[in-house]
Ligand binder design. Structure first.
Ligand code: PMT
Length: 348
């Protein structure tokens, strides 16, 4: 990396430098005002709050963006987990990539379970084109779909009534970083009652605004060379500065299972947070590994009681692939995290 800006010791842009040079999105203030109101209400009502991040961030290559790099994530993990957190009594801030899956509506994704396919027109007319626009035509749900729809709809309406789900949207890694910092600062009023469940797939490299082309990059000049800077290690700032008391869970995605645990341990040693959930790209729906410091009340790797090496506990959660999608691994992930969060709170 040949950036001329100030960087961390590992060559990354420091978080401070990042926020001093990269502008926030115009909607940030409005977004955060609503998060503040939401957090204050949950505090008054005595609920725990979890921030769930979900989906992939993009890195635009032009200011008038036509091309961008993207990170893989459909948003299934985040959207599914958000539902189970709501079921467990948490209030949820669901911070997701625009158009990625969302809690409740995820059951009716246009690609896997299109909504229109399970509705039926009830009419004396047999030809659908003849009933178009008629107020007398009724719509019904196919009997095979009713049970699930009623369950999803009832849960969705209950959450709306309770006001326990707040949704935020990001597209770029820049949107994500600004939002994450601001939300964490707002949630700090909740102290240990806040949890951070960072399932989003966050870009590791970005193109600083100052070096972006204004207009669409033109072809015809041979190959394209772009030099990107490293995105700051945001977990470090989150744990050390933005939320000193929150319970922080990050994810580690790999395609080689044998390096999941070493990488997860390295992340815990580096950032000093509470849990890393490791998952392999191909088996992520059926198995994950929880990695946490043996003494998870310690806030950073520099705070070891005996000054020695930290030890870690690993435990695998698995479901039978044949039971999916009736059984979702996120149910067990959330159950386990709620217990860990309980212990974390009781360690005060
Ligand atoms: O959405 P699905 O299709 O269901 O897929 C879910 C998933 C596989 C994307 C998810 O389970 C997952 O593993 N998400 C994290 C993937 C990842 O990109 O890991 P990472 O090594 O880049 O980041 C590790 C952690 O640090 C993540 O929790 C990330 O949110 C966080 N991070 C990373 C970089 C950065 N600059 N800031 C961050 O907050």
């Amino acid at each position: 990396m040949a950036s001329t800006t100030q960087t961390d010791d590992d060559g990354a842009f420091s978080a401070e430098q990042y926020f001093a040079t990269q502008p926030p999105s115009p909607s940030l203030d409005q977004d955060i005002k609503k998060v503040r109101e939401f957090a204050q209400r949950q505090l008054r009502e005595g609920r725990r709050v979890v921030l769930v991040t979900s989906g992939g961030t993009t890195v635009p290559l032009e200011l008038n963006v036509v091309r961008f790099l993207d990170n893989f994530s459909a948003g299934t993990r985040g959207a599914t987990s958000a539902e189970y957190f709501l079921k467990a009594g948490y209030a949820v801030i669901f911070m997701h990539r625009q158009f990625s899956l969302q809690p409740f509506s995820r059951h009716y994704s246009h690609s896997t379970h299109p909504f229109l396919d399970f509705l039926e027109l009830d009419s004396a007319e047999t030809e659908p084109s003849n009933v178009a626009g008629s107020d007398a035509t009724r719509i019904s749900v196919k009997p095979s779909e009713r049970k699930q729809l009623i369950e999803v709809l009832a849960a969705y309406k209950a959450v709306q009534k309770a006001g326990t789900l707040h949704t935020l949207t990001f597209v770029t890694v820049n949107d994500y970083l600004w939002l994450l910092r601001a939300v964490a600062q707002e949630l700090s009023v909740l102290g240990r009652s806040s949890m951070y469940y960072l399932a989003a797939a966050v870009s590791d490299f970005f193109l600083p605004r100052q070096r972006m082309a204004e207009h669409k990059i033109q072809s015809g000049k041979g190959s394209l060379h772009i030099e990107m800077d490293q995105v700051p290690k945001i977990l470090k700032s989150l744990v050390d500065e933005w939320t000193r008391e929150g319970f922080v869970v990050s994810f580690k995605l790999e395609t080689d299972t044998s390096i999941l645990i070493p990488k997860a341990r390295a992340a815990l040693a580096r950032y000093g947070h509470q849990v890393v959930i490791g998952n392999d790209l191909h088996t992520r729906k059926y198995q994950v590994v929880f990695v946490s410091p043996a003494s998870s009340h310690r806030r950073s790797s520099s705070q070891k009681a005996d000054g020695g090496e930290e030890s870690y506990i690993e435990s695998w959660l698995r479901i039978d692939p044949a039971s999916y999608p009736q059984k979702e691994i996120e149910e067990d992930i959330v159950k386990e995290l709620v217990q860990l969060h309980d212990s974390w709170i009781s360690m005060q």
